[in-house]
Design a protein around this ligand. Structure first.
Ligand SMILES: O=C(O)C1=C[C@@H](OP(=O)(O)O)[C@@H](O)[C@H](O)C1
Ligand SMILES: C=C(OP(=O)(O)O)C(=O)O
Length: 432
């Protein structure tokens, strides 16, 4: 699918989409917890849809309610198939693999697209220590696992991704682990673990004591379920919202609704960069008004919020001077090798991006020109190019633009509703 973006001024109000990080965690929590859960504001992205399929394969029932919410009923993990497919979701596979391994039978865990090339060797090392037999495809998918997983004191490496820890925390909690510690070295993306703990708490699961993101201790006391019924509202998404905010900062005056400033989501840190770059910003209860100002380069550490690189690179392109973003090493194993794909795709639009070890230097303020770019099958690269194209000279054509469906299927419609001149040559490809 091809999308064409014309330079446009945007205005109006938009509600940020549902967070796939919040939605997928809610699905996992509703599965491991026995009883009924109502999920309000459910996400509709491909990653969210994959999570709903996984929990059904693991024994939960999912019912669409008339008011748009979803009811999940679960009796705990009890697989009804021998294979689960996580689509393209990195969080999905890494969070659900330990939950799949709670089953006492052999299960195949698979995925699609870019997920097939992302590293999963963590499980080769960790699962045998927890009593789970595993065969992987040289550290990649598919995985064959044979549980049941037994919670034990364990030390893991958190430097590649926080997602493995998220999965272990949920699996230990499902087993009501007692007097057991998960020790983590060098944890990155820490706020994502805070989000996991926050969702676990809201689902009244057993929540471990967090000792400075280094040790997660499950107490000896058994979990005390207070109710059999959970009512959870999926948070609005700071990661997708960051693209809307950047669009406002460079191409218009808009209001973004729904983003919770008190959220534990990592990507609310975008607010710091927006404050530093000099755009017009006003934060009120549940809504952010944003518009261009005299934009200047900024310095930002994205080590713990790596998904902000693409929107911040688009922002930095229009900021006078050299912006420095730290944390490039975190980008190598996302849907694309994102440091490189940011450099290459924005390079086609005339931007100089230098990768210097762990730093990204963006030489902004000279204007961009429209170009023929490619999503590289990475949703955040597609959204980055679209937002950058709103202020470029001439039109920007994005190939394989349907990649946005992974996290934000309505992205182009939302930009259109703000007055962005966007044409889609095959709209159906997005909602397939
Ligand atoms: O837990 C999550 O919801 C996520 C964690 C982050 O991954 P890493 O922990 O691998 O950095 C982030 O990049 C990803 O988009 C979503
Ligand atoms: C890397 C991402 O997601 P995941 O790791 O869950 O596939 C992302 O959404 O940018």
């Amino acid at each position: 699918m091809q999308v064409t973006i014309q330079p446009s001024s945007i205005s109006g109000t938009i509600v940020a989409p549902a967070s796939k990080s919040s939605m997928q965690r809610a699905c996992a929590a509703a599965l491991v917890r026995k009883g009924e859960s109502i999920i309000r504001n459910p996400g509709i992205s491909n990653d969210d849809r994959a999570a709903l399929k996984v929990i059904q394969a693991l024994g939960a029932t999912v019912e669409q309610l008339e008011d748009g919410s979803i009811k999940i009923t679960s009796d705990g993990v009890n697989a009804v198939t021998s294979e689960v497919n996580n689509g393209e979701s990195g969080l999905g596979i890494r969070m659900f693999a330990p939950i799949v391994a709670l089953n006492a039978k052999e299960m195949t865990i698979n995925g699609e697209g870019s997920l097939l090339t992302r590293p999963m060797d963590f499980f080769d090392e960790i699962f045998p220590q927890l009593g789970v037999q595993i065969t992987s495809n040289n550290g990649k998918l598919p995985l064959k696992v044979h549980g049941p997983l037994q919670p034990k004191n364990i030390t893991i490496d958190g430097s590649l991704s926080s997602q493995f820890l998220t999965g272990l925390l949920l699996a230990y909690s499902a087993l009501d682990a007692k007097d057991v510690t998960i020790t983590v070295n060098n944890l990155k993306s820490k706020p994502y673990v805070d989000l996991t703990l926050s969702v676990m708490e809201q689902f009244q699961l057993k929540v471990p004591r967090n000792n400075d993101h280094k040790e997660f201790f499950f107490e000896i006391e058994p979990v005390n379920y207070q109710s059999t019924y959970i009512d959870y509202t999926v948070e609005s998404d700071w990661s997708g919202g960051a693209f809307l905010l950047v669009a406002g900062a460079i191409a218009g005056n808009i209001t973004v609704r729904g983003l919770d400033i008190a959220s534990t989501q990592a990507d609310k840190a975008v607010m710091q960069a927006l404050m530093d770059c000099g755009c017009n910003l006003s934060v009120q209860d549940n809504q952010i008004e944003i518009g261009p100002g005299k934009l200047k380069a900024f310095h930002f550490d994205a080590t713990d919020c790596p998904d902000l690189f693409p929107p911040l690179a688009a922002l930095a392109a229009y900021c006078e001077g050299t912006t420095v973003i730290e944390g490039v090493h975190r980008l190598a194993h996302k849907e694309s090798d994102r440091g490189l794909t940011i450099q290459q795709e924005l390079g086609k639009m005339g931007l100089e991006v230098v990768l210097q070890d762990n730093l990204m230097l963006i030489k902004g303020g000279n204007g961009l020109h429209g170009a023929h770019v490619h999503s590289r099958h990475d949703h955040r690269i597609a959204m980055m190019c679209a937002v950058a194209g709103l202020k470029a000279e001439g039109e920007t054509i994005i190939e394989e633009a349907q990649a946005v469906s992974k996290s934000y299927p309505n992205f182009y419609e939302h930009i259109q509703s703000l007055g962005g001149v966007v044409s889609l040559n095959n709209k159906e490809a997005i909602h397939e």
